[in-house]
Design a binder for this molecule. Structure first.
Ligand SMILES: [Zn+2]
Length: 377
């Protein structure tokens, strides 16, 4: 006889339950009195609510807190990190990068799957197979996040990919397709925006109120959190810094602009400016003292500094993170970046820390998994 087991499904949560769960998710173990103060809920309501979240396997009792004043110590509740799992996926034109995380956004496994084709049905089938493998290993997979370099827009409450050059897609109802193929709630995002959300909640931007994240790679894009919210704009297309004019002279970008960001601070631009075949070659040649490669990286650093300054002038972030596969520009040409930043910042602007953050390609998949967490919590 085949044993029938209902697969795990994320429980429906009230908005008060989501508030409590998010607080513990972001801030770590919390005493009941901290949560009462934070949420404004009564002690009795909060007790019922944490009991329900504990029964659902999402929270656990972590014993009494050390009393910080008069009165008896308040019990602490903590996240059950194995209470739920999330599958994040970053789609490029060539491969699917997968990261499975727990409820605390820790990466448990990663996988890289080459794409057999860019046909939508094939790509969705590849994603569904990756989700099935994740579910076989982690039975409490609760949601899926997918991110890609492209524009994502919500149409009739469902996310569509409006355009993605790398995949050659135009107007694809990707959220509906992934939900149909996996049966799981799914969040679809632009990749830099997903990484921005992830850094804001769980990464190098944690604790900030306003944050700018630059992803430097095949292209350059920026994600923005302002006053605690990801800025999506009217069409999901914020952070399009690729063609901002940086110098107004020098090389042309592929669209013919003279001295725009894409003429300096993308991998293809740096290859062209250095006369090299791969980005690793550019970096190695620059470190070996070759002039063209050195100048290409230093010009990219200047361009990045101008972009950072423009964004700081516009949105006044607490912090700027530079990441992506070509983030090394921010280290090699730090002096140029800082010089441009100092030159272009408004005199009254407060220069935020600019943090060049380590990067692995699966970071985007991790970012997508966080968008899946945020989809539910
Ligand atoms: Zn351009």
């Amino acid at each position: 006889m085949i044993e029938s087991r209902t697969p795990w499904a994320w429980p429906p949560l009230t908005s008060a339950q989501r508030t409590v769960l998010l607080d513990v998710l972001v801030n770590g173990p919390r005493s009941r009195s901290q949560l009462t103060r934070r949420t404004g809920l009564s002690r009795a309501t909060l007790s019922r609510l944490t009991r329900d979240l504990t029964a659902a396997g999402l929270l656990e009792e972590a014993g009494p807190a050390v009393a910080s004043g008069p009165g008896r110590p308040s019990d602490v509740v903590a996240l059950r990190s194995d209470g739920a799992h999330f599958v994040g996926m970053k789609l490029t034109g060539a491969a699917l990068y997968v990261a499975v995380t727990d409820l605390q956004a820790r990466v448990l496994t990663t996988e890289e799957v080459p794409l057999g084709s860019r046909e939508i049905d094939d790509v969705v089938a590849t994603m569904a197979a990756a989700v099935e493998r994740a579910r076989a290993a982690f039975p409490r997979v609760s949601a899926v996040g997918v991110c890609l370099a492209g524009d994502v827009q919500v149409v009739d409450r469902s996310a569509w990919v409006i355009g993605s050059d790398f995949l050659g897609w135009d107007r694809v109802p990707l959220e509906a397709a992934v939900v149909a193929a996996t049966g799981l709630p799914t969040a679809i995002s632009n990749d830099v925006q997903a990484l921005t959300v992830a850094h804001y909640w769980f990464g190098a931007g944690r604790g900030t109120g306003s944050l700018a994240v630059f992803g430097v790679g095949a292209g350059i894009g920026a994600g923005l959190v302002v006053d605690g919210r990801l800025v999506r704009g009217a069409h999901g297309r914020t952070g399009k810094v690729s063609h901002l004019i940086v110098t107004g002279d020098g090389p042309r970008c592929y669209r013919g602009h003279v001295g725009c960001a894409s003429a300096y601070v993308t991998v293809p631009a740096m290859l062209a400016n250095a006369g090299a075949a791969t980005f690793d070659d550019v970096v190695a040649a620059a470190r070996a003292g070759e002039t063209a490669a050195d100048e290409a990286l230093r010009a990219a650093g200047t361009a990045l500094g101008v972009l950072v300054a423009n964004l700081v002038n516009l949105v006044d972030p607490d912090k700027v993170i530079v990441t992506g596969e070509a983030r090394i520009v921010g280290e090699y040409a730090r002096a140029e970046l800082d010089e441009a930043l100092g030159r272009m910042l408004d005199p009254s602007a407060i220069a935020p820390p600019v943090d060049v953050h380590p990067f692995a390609f699966t970071d985007y998949a991790w970012g997508a998994a966080i968008t899946a967490v945020r989809h539910l919590v």
